[in-house]
Design a protein around this ligand. Structure first.
Ligand code: ZN
Length: 403
């Protein structure tokens, strides 16, 4: 929830007086700390806490007001800023939270009797994606994201958002895309006793879906649920178009050496990924695909920088997921030495979706093949992979529980 108790929120905002407007802010922050301590109820209509957090490429300002409040939101240029006027809600949140993302600084002051003005000084133009009370009716939420100047100026001319109650949004769980390798005319590796990789991969993915769905902490989609051929690029697009939080490709390949066995986890090698990022960057239309409207109209240079940032985040996410997968699988199955490896798998090349490929074992090893044919063993693998997914999501998305 965004509506944290005022005491906790005040501690958070009060701890950063460095960026606030000096001594007055320090005093206000102290007051905010003292009031809850005295167990004196804060006036219902007051901005009791303010926080600024990253959210889907932008930031989310949450003002805890206690009850629905009338407000007016508009943008001003030169320098760019977002202005929120709140009626009858004095600022009691201590020092405003420090700037983040497109927000350089937040200021709050009495604008005229009964109207508190909160100003977001911006680094660059933004689009206001949302400005409304949250489902609980206690918190005013304003979401903004970088946007072309034209979009920003359009808003400056037109937009005044009225206070209104929004219907509660169902919680959006992150989407995990499972990708059973091969399928259809592509059987994948063939085991010593004829086991086809495509069947093992699908059975394992379906089992993993069952485990994940039973936990209910993420949504799950599969790139294929039947024995059909799906091109690699299509698997990547599948995850991208659905805004997946994670892409997990599941395989059980074979080697010439039948003595090699054990599970391993792959991520994309950074070197192999750079040319891809470059190519994507040169194409502005493609930038739209994974950046959304925020990238429209920006120059190719800016797009390239943004894509590089997204790409680096993605690689970091992939590496983190790989570490969790190795740590978790190691508890229950035999692992290949150097269990986290890097390679240029096409299927891991989504620039915006953290992706890992799990080799559950080698069908060329009689021991692995025998295990992988057993539902009980695949269940073990699925439980371990699900645990890794949950650990990854817990770290990766602190804001996903937001109403
Ligand atoms: Zn494979």
């Amino acid at each position: 929830m965004t509506s944290r108790p005022p005491a906790a929120a005040s501690r958070g905002t009060g701890s950063a007086p460095r960026r606030g407007p000096g001594r007055r802010a320090a005093i206000a922050a102290t007051a905010a700390l003292i009031l809850p301590a005295l167990a004196r109820p804060l006036a219902a209509r007051a901005i009791a806490a303010a926080s600024l957090a990253e959210e889907e490429g932008g930031v989310r300002l949450a003002l805890v007001v206690g009850e629905p409040v009338g407000f007016r939101l508009f943008t001003l240029d030169n320098p760019p800023r977002v202005v929120i006027d709140l009626e009858g809600a004095p600022w009691r949140a201590g020092a405003p939270p420090p700037g983040l993302g497109p927000v350089r600084r937040i200021r709050a002051a009495l604008n005229r009797p009964g109207v508190t003005r909160v100003v977001l000084d911006l680094e660059a133009p933004v689009a206001v994606r949302r400005a409304a009370m949250d489902a609980s009716g206690t918190t005013l939420v304003v979401e903004i994201a970088p946007a072309p100047r034209a979009v920003f100026l359009g808003q400056a001319a037109a937009s005044e958002v009225e206070a209104r109650a929004e219907p509660p949004r169902p919680p959006r769980l992150p989407l995990v895309v499972l990708d059973p390798g091969h399928g259809g005319r592509d059987p994948g590796a063939i085991g010593a006793s004829g086991t086809q990789e495509k069947r093992i991969a699908l059975a394992a993915a379906l089992e993993l879906r069952r485990v994940l769905e039973a936990e209910g902490r993420c949504r799950v989609a599969l790139t294929r649920t039947r024995d059909v051929f799906v091109p690699l690029a299509e698997r990547v697009r599948f995850a991208q178009s659905r805004n997946a939080a994670l892409f997990l490709s599941i395989h059980a390949d074979a080697l010439d050496d039948a003595s090699v066995r054990g599970a391993s986890v792959y991520t994309l090698a950074e070197r192999a990924s750079d040319p891809l990022a470059e190519r994507v960057a040169r194409n502005e239309n493609r930038a739209d695909r994974f950046a959304g409207p925020a990238f429209e109209g920006v120059t190719p240079e800016v797009a390239r920088i943004l894509i590089a940032l997204v790409r680096r985040e993605t690689l970091n996410g992939s590496a983190r997921m790989a570490r969790h997968a190795v740590a978790s699988l190691r508890q229950s199955v035999v692992m290949l030495p150097n269990s986290h490896r890097f390679a240029g798998f096409v299927v891991l090349k989504a620039p915006d979706v953290p992706s890992v490929l799990v080799e559950m074992g080698f069908l060329s090893s009689r021991a692995d093949e025998a295990l992988l044919r057993q539902a009980a063993h695949r269940r073990k693998l699925a439980v371990a992979m699900a645990e890794a997914v949950h650990r990854y999501l817990d770290e990766a998305s602190p804001v996903l529980t937001a109403g």
